[in-house]
Design a protein around this ligand. Structure first.
Ligand code: MF3
Ligand code: CO
Length: 274
C-alpha cells in the first residue's frame, strides 16, 4: 500500500529536525532500558518514556495514532509488536520489546523518529538471548545497506542474509519511510524479493525494523485489535532504528552516535549531519 506512494526526500535542515526527534526517542528508550526489571508493569515503562518525551518538549508519535492509547508499544514474550502497556507485571526471563516514537514541530510540521529494542530479563534463556542478538544484528545489517547508489531491495536482502536461518522472519510486518508522518513510503521489507526497488538517494529517511521469532513466522492480532502475537506462542524480538541517507552516507537518527560504532564494524562510515 505504501509501496506505490511517493517518497518524501528530506532537505538537510529537515533531517536535522528529524535528528532532534530521534535523539528524544533514544533518550526515552535509554531511560526505559535502565528502568526495566521484574516487578514493574508495562504501564510503568510507558510512564518513564512519557516523562522523557514531555520534558524534551517533544510529543509522542504513537498516542492517538489510529486510536492507539499509549506512548510506547511494549510486547512481551510471544507478543511481537504493538503490545499495549497496562497492568501486566514483568517477570524474570521475560523477553520485552519496547518501541517508541516521538516528533518535534518545526514550522508547523511534525518530524518523527521511531526506534525499538528488545531486552531479556534475568535469568535469560540462552535461546532468547540468541534471538534478540540475531534481531539486533539483522537490523544493523539492514541499516548498513542504506547507501547511495544501492537499491531499497538491498536492505531486505541484507536483513535476510544476517538472519541466516537463525530465527523466523515474521511475515506481514515491515519497516517504512518516515518524516512528516511516522509511516510513509517506501515499505522496507525484512527479506529478499525479486523487485530491486527504488534507488537509494540522499534525503531518504527510513525505519529499519526486523521482527524475528523462535518458531513460526505467522502471527495473529489479539482481541484488543493491536497486539500482534506468534500463532505458535514462540517468543519474538523487535529492533528498530530510523536512518537518514546523506550524499556521503547514512546517519542513524535514533542512535546518539549516529550508528558510527556499529556501522564501522560492518565497514560503513557514517556521514555526520553538520
Ligand atoms: N513504531 C511502530 C512501527 O515501528 C508503530 C507503532 S503503531 C502505534 O512502525 F500505533 F503504536 F503507533
Ligand atoms: Co516503525
Amino acid at each position: 500500500m505504501l509501496g506505490r506512494d511517493r517518497i518524501e526526500y528530506k532537505t538537510p535542515a529537515q533531517v536535522r529536525a528529524m535528528r532532534r526527534a530521534g535523539l528524544v526517542v533514544a533518550d526515552a528508550l535509554a531511560a526505559v532500558r535502565e528502568a526495566v526489571r521484574p516487578g514493574l508493569t508495562t504501564a510503568d515503562l510507558d510512564a518513564v518514556a512519557a516523562r522523557v518525551i514531555e520534558s524534551a518538549g517533544a510529543r509522542p508519535s504513537f498516542l492517538g495514532y489510529h486510536g492507539y492509547p499509549a506512548v510506547l508499544c511494549v510486547s512481551v514474550n510471544e507478543e511481537v509488536v504493538h503490545g499495549i502497556p497496562g497492568g501486566r507485571v514483568l517477570a524474570p526471563g521475560d523477553v520485552v520489546s519496547v518501541d517508541c516514537g516521538a516528533f518535534v514541530e518545526v514550522d508547523g510540521a511534525g518530524w518523527h523518529g521511531d526506534a525499538a529494542f528488545t531486552a531479556v530479563l534475568d535469568p535469560a534463556d540462552p535461546a532468547d538471548a540468541e534471538l534478540v542478538l540475531a534481531t539486533e544484528q539483522a537490523m544493523w545489517a539492514g541499516l548498513a545497506a542504506v547507501a547511495v547508489g544501492g537499491r531499497l531491495g538491498d536492505v531486505g536482502a541484507a536483513v535476510e542474509d544476517a538472519v541466516a536461518g537463525r530465527a523466523a522472519i515474521v511475515e506481514g510486518y515491515v519497516g517504512h519511510g518516515i518524516g512528516t508522518a511516522m509511516h510513509q513510503a517506501p515499505e522496507v521489507l525484512n527479506h529478499r524479493t525479486s523487485a530491486r526497488g527504488p534507488r537509494l538517494k540522499p534525503g531518504l529517511c527510513v525505519a529499519v525494523e526486523p521482527m524475528l521469532a523462535r518458531g513460526t513466522a505467522e502471527t495473529d492480532v489479539l482481541d484488543d485489535e493491536w497486539t500482534v502475537v506468534t500463532t505458535d506462542g514462540s517468543r519474538a524480538a523487535h529492533w528498530e532504528h530510523t536512518v537518514a541517507l546523506g550524499p556521503a552516507g547514512p546517519w542513524v537518527l535514533t542512535a546518539p552516535d549516529g550508528g558510527r560504532a556499529r556501522l564501522a564494524e560492518l565497514g560503513v562510515e557514517v556521514a555526520p549531519l553538520d
